[in-house]
Design a protein around this ligand. Structure first.
Ligand code: KPL
Length: 300
């Protein structure tokens, strides 16, 4: 049995594929929540064959922590980064050292906050490029086929397990921390611009805001990666970021979607994390700070 906390786009995406192979339930750990089931339609935006184009309907039960009996063996934590500690706390009676906890958060900070709070638990971090969003009518759109890298946050002797969802490409990697840092740099260079400008990823490069911050931002992000021992030249990072902007040009980033829906953003775990770390290292941090401040000023 697999349990998932968080029924945003990513949680629903994984649920819809995992349920083909295993029994699955959502858990809602929010104090006010009363949802007892979760139902949605999944649409494949990239399907090529006619059979793949059929939208599918998915229905899951959603439990409160008090409804659980027995230990949780596999848990996917698909909440926003700022909600992870609160989401996991009520599940502690049902989690032990054997539970595999998969973390699907954007940015950095929340993963290590969990590890510091619960150093005895098995945390497997995921870095995913699957494109998914909830449409205005609640339809889950699987917008782009990506890849998900999995790896332990703290080194362990046994390998962390691939999730039973063969249609979602996965790989276990030894360097998940490096991938988290590289993804952080990409999110720092895309998400805040899309949130401030309320535009698609592909539209940011035409803006004065992007033009004024792009060079110092690149300097800061490549210094940040190098300070972590990650060999990434400024030119290489520049190419990587521009490639993601190009490939996801039609997407609204997760942060832009949050702003458009009036929800809190993950800015503290993205540019907020970056400028604080740079400041602590005695490195320049102005561009990340400016973007963090401007997204905070949006009031979400
Ligand atoms: O990860 C993303 C996000 O939206 O959070 C990017 C890579 C920017 C794709 O939209």
């Amino acid at each position: 049995m697999i349990h998932i906390v968080g029924h945003g786009a990513l949680g629903c995406l994984w649920a819809s594929y995992l349920a083909d192979q295993q029994a699955l339930r959502f858990i809602d750990t929010r104090p006010q929540s009363e949802a007892s089931s979760i139902q949605f339609k999944r649409h494949l935006a990239f399907a090529h064959s006619v059979s793949e184009q059929i939208d599918t309907t998915h229905h899951f039960s959603c439990l409160r922590p008090g409804d659980l009996s027995g230990q949780i063996s596999t848990l996917l934590l698909c909440t926003k980064s700022y909600a992870t500690l609160e989401a996991l706390a009520p599940l502690m009676p049902y989690i032990n050292e054997q539970t595999q906890i998969y973390l699907f958060q954007n940015g950095l900070g929340s993963q290590y906050a969990l590890l510091n709070r619960y150093p005895h638990l098995k945390f497997c971090a995921a870095v995913s490029t699957e494109g998914a969003y909830r449409d205005s009518d609640g339809t889950l759109v699987h917008a782009g086929k990506g890849q998900t890298f999995l790896g332990w946050l703290n080194p362990r002797s046994e390998s962390c397990e691939i999730l039973p969802a063969p249609q979602l490409e996965q790989a276990v990697v030894p360097d998940i921390a490096e991938r988290l840092w590289r993804k952080l740099a990409i999110n720092c260079a895309i998400n805040p611009f899309t949130a401030i400008l309320r535009c698609r990823n592909g539209e940011i490069t035409d803006s004065d805001l992007f033009r004024s911050l792009w060079q110092p931002l690149l300097d800061e992000l490549s210094m940040l990666l190098n300070a972590q021992g990650i060999a990434s030249s400024r030119a290489e990072l520049r190419e990587q970021i521009l490639e993601v902007i190009h490939k996801t040009g039609q997407n609204y980033s997760s942060m832009c979607q949050d702003v458009l829906r009036g929800r809190p953003t993950e800015i503290d775990d993205i540019n907020g994390f970056a400028w604080q770390r740079l400041q602590r290292l005695g490195l320049p941090y102005r561009a990340n700070h400016t973007l963090w401040e401007q997204v905070r000023a949006l009031g979400h």
